[in-house]
Ligand binder design. Structure first.
Ligand code: HSE
Length: 397
């Protein structure tokens, strides 16, 4: 099998490395050797062992009938979409690690692959090296999936863990995450929660079989989380995690991405550093958990190469993925029910006038108090919180 890799950055070079280091066992598992013939990139790589494979025009790959599989590791929607579509139309199978592409164009690319008896796979697009896409598509198929809740962003989990344990500043820990290759080139998507939002949209699309638009999902990032919030979390014996969740609600789904304060008993409470974890609840299965390396060069490349092996084994056989372009309606997030931790400078009488009985957390920061509300809808909370001086609030899980 001769393949091409589009994008020779962190993930693309990781794919080449995995194929090189584990060459023999990959050949054995795939049933034939897998050889990199082209690497598409705008840059040249003088002195690189794969220097001679570098090409600058994607048409070189499109027009070479020897290429059976193409890896897309460029990131972003364009030109990745144009290139991937051209590869599928030319009869080549494609695997991508690019969640932006999958979240926006997944349904269409899956349909093109199916019409041509090819495969468009995206196992590395959610959860880095953790197998979650393939289990949802081929293992957990006997169940109605009632809930998926995950820590789906390695960068922010790494940042929150270090902020919690070492009191490192947001800026310093972000620079470190970028240096380690976890964060996107533009970290906005990580810290504002857009990256896990795209990932939960992909997972929800896979379980409901319809298109979930990530723009429809209410999303908050971690930029407003402070060391004072961690001081309260420590006192409450909770951790702060950025959760992406999707819950079945009748024939709709309630999705949300936001930081939550997790009780020690929560299954995701102790998922730390760059690790990701996904909790899945099925109506027959009950609960299942997936855990592992959620970002970074080799874990992500490992998932891409696993797709390559699967595609070699399914040459000319489409592995059906149930994800149509029909849009899935989401529940208005204002109807989501949560309890909230609130920091306030208001007196207890004002707090209780607004919220009724609450549980106080005191003696953490001078001049303010914290309190935990009962469970209520987002709409209800928004109305009540107007009646107190709110410094910040975090949902509880
Ligand atoms: N920036 C992403 C993360 C990369 O930190 O999870 C993996 O998708």
């Amino acid at each position: 099998m001769k393949i091409a890799v589009m994008g020779y950055g962190t993930i693309g070079s990781g794919v080449v490395e995995v194929l090189e280091v584990n060459k023999d066992l990959i050949a054995e598992r795939a049933g034939e050797p897998v050889e990199v013939k082209y690497i598409l990139d705008l840059r040249d790589f003088p002195g690189d062992p794969y220097e001679k494979c570098i090409v600058h025009d994607y048409q070189t790959i499109v027009n070479d009938p020897e290429i059976g599989i193409v890896v897309e590791a460029m990131g972003g929607v364009e030109p990745a979409y144009t290139f991937v579509k051209a590869m599928l139309l030319a009869g080549k199978q494609v695997t991508t690690s690019n969640k932006n592409l999958v979240a926006e164009k997944g349904a269409e690319l899956i349909a093109i692959a199916r019409e041509r008896n090819l495969n468009f796979m995206f196992g590395a697009s959610v959860g880095g090296g953790i197998p979650i896409i393939r289990p949802l598509n081929t293992c957990l198929t006997a169940d109605e999936i009632e809930e998926i809740t995950g820590i789906l962003n390695g960068t922010t989990n790494y940042m929150l863990t270090r902020m919690a344990n070492e009191g490192v500043s947001f800026e310093d820990v972000l620079k470190d995450a970028q240096a380690k290759g976890y964060a996107e080139a533009d970290p906005t998507a990580d810290v504002e929660g857009i990256d896990p939002c795209r990932k939960i949209a992909i997972l929800t699309s896979l379980v409901c079989g319809k298109q979930v638009n990530y723009e429809d999902i209410y999303t908050e990032g971690i930029t407003k989380i402070t060391s004072e919030d961690f001081a309260y979390a420590n006192k409450m014996k909770r951790s702060i995690k950025l959760l992406a969740s999707s819950k079945q609600a009748g024939d709709k789904y309630a999705c949300m991405v936001a930081p939550f304060m997790l009780a020690k008993s929560h299954p995701l409470c102790n998922v730390n550093d760059v690790f990701n974890s996904v909790f899945v609840r099925g109506n027959m299965l009950g609960d299942a958990m997936f855990y592992g390396s959620g970002a970074g060069k080799l874990p992500t490349a490992s998932a891409v190469v696993a797709d390559i092996v699967d595609m070699v084994k399914h040459n000319n056989i489409n592995v059906f993925i149930d994800w149509s372009p029909e849009k899935m309606e989401l529940v208005d997030y204002k109807e989501n029910v949560n309890s909230f931790f609130v920091r306030t400078t208001s007196e207890k009488a004002e707090v209780e006038a607004a919220f009724g009985a609450v549980e106080y957390v005191e003696g953490v920061v001078e001049g303010e108090i914290g309190f935990v509300t009962n469970a209520m809808t987002e709409a209800d909370f928004a109305e009540k919180v107007e009646k107190v001086q709110c410094i910040s609030r975090i949902r509880l899980a």
